[in-house]
Design a protein around this ligand. Structure first.
Ligand code: NAP
Ligand code: ZN
Length: 353
């Protein structure tokens, strides 16, 4: 084992603070990575504040972070996919059983034994739970390490590892292609990636936002139209017209207002994970045989496919790069929808801790 620098929180109400954590020495299948950038996902905030305690409670201390890019510093003897010096990414998962039907089908994220990047039981017993990317170093099984396209800006790549795959996977699953009318609800970290990706897939993209000042940005990011969702008349104009809507909202909101915008057989997929349940009116669904579903990140092969797609289309996240000392400030701003459009921590700032 060796020591790594990190930022952790010791309770749901305490700020993140400098800490030293143990990492395992790389086993034969492991890749050791020097973390260069890590994105701040709203899931980090939900987890640090224990807002999902009904579904997955947080074990403290927590070291969040699952939008990791870095450079390989060492590989185990059986590692074939990576070598020292490679630029790589790690997303929301660091392991799974590898042999269940879901793993075999490439859906590691739905494996009963999936190990998430933070707050999952640590099978290597280096610590009670896994510790994430707000750190200068991490050790990950090569099966869960991704190749980063060489042409992309590294800070902008970090958010692809969660926000990118979480939006790419349902867009692909629900057949978003040229000619489809697609809505994206919420222009935050996930939402702005959803807009870029749906636009690159050729869809007609409509952004729904509660923030009128994001209108110009939405168009610049690839939206064809922008609707301020608090304006009922603007919403009504789109009634019954969408093939697919991706809902990225992080707080409780009126899902029926969006269900009513779906065409016959239209689908709305939730990727946002508000802590409180949403109320669904049966009539919103039955009137046009509409469906409501959910989606969680994406499998490893699909994550690589998404990264390669972003490389080809020159897609990265719009980021506000911050030193780690500003992480608590970022946590204050995130729930106020005050980020354009993803905070990314420059891990070089950890050197001074
Ligand atoms: P984010 O950057 O905070 O973006 C969320 C956006 O939702 C905000 O920018 C805002 O957009 C909108 N919003 C916030 N509060 C709202 C409210 N009360 N009513 C209506 N709209 C509101 O968060 P994120 O990192 O994109 O994450 C979004 C959600 O997805 C979180 O719950 C997160 O935990 C979840 N998540 C899920 C997965 C998965 O695998 N399913 C993966 C990652 C994250 P406007 O200003 O445009 O209205
Ligand atoms: Zn995330």
């Amino acid at each position: 084992m060796y020591n790594a620098k990190a930022y952790s929180a010791v309770s749901a109400t305490s700020p993140l603070a400098s800490d030293t954590i143990a990492r395992r020495d790389p086993t034969e299948h492991d890749v050791q990575i020097e973390i260069l950038f890590c994105g701040i996902c709203h899931s980090d905030l939900h987890s640090v504040r224990d807002e999902w305690s009904d579904f997955m409670s947080t074990t403290y201390p927590i070291v969040p972070g699952h939008e990791i890019v870095g450079r390989v510093t060492q590989v185990g003897s059986a590692v074939t996919k990576f070598k020292s010096g490679d630029l790589v990414g790690v997303g929301c998962m660091v392991d799974s059983d590898g042999h269940c039907p879901k793993c075999k089908a490439g859906f590691e994220q739905f494996c009963q034994n999936a190990i998430f990047t933070y707050n999952s039981p640590d099978e290597h017993k280096t610590a009670p739970v896994t510790y994430g990317g707000y750190s200068n170093s991490i050790v990950v099984d090569q099966r869960f390490v991704l190749r980063v396209p060489p042409n992309l800006d590294l800070a902008g790549v970090a958010p692809l590892l969660c926000a990118g795959i979480t939006t790419y996977s349902p867009l692909r699953h629900w057949g978003v292609i040229e000619g489809k009318k697609v809505g994206v609800v919420g222009l935050g970290g996930l939402g702005h990636m959803g807009v870029k990706l749906a636009h690159a897939m050729g869809a007609h993209v409509v952004v729904f936002t509660t923030s009128p000042d994001k209108k110009e940005d939405a168009l610049r990011l690839g939206a064809d139209e922008v609707v301020v969702s608090r304006n009922a008349d603007e919403m009504q104009k789109h009634a019954g017209s969408f093939d697919f809507i991706l809902d990225t909202v992080a707080a409780k909101h009126d899902i029926n207002a969006y269900l009513n915008l779906l065409d016959l057989d239209g689908n709305i997929t939730l990727v946002g994970a508000p802590e409180k349940p949403l109320d669904v009116a049966a009539f919103s669904l039955i009137m046009s045989r509409r469906s409501l579903s959910g989606s969680m990140i994406g499998g490893i092969a699909e994550t690589q496919e998404m990264l390669d797609f972003c490389g080809e289309h020159n897609i990265t996240a719009d980021v506000e790069v911050i030193p780690i000392q500003k992480v608590n400030e970022a946590y204050e701003r995130l729930p106020k929808s005050d980020v354009k459009y993803r905070f990314v921590i420059d891990m070089a700032s950890l050197k001074s801790e």
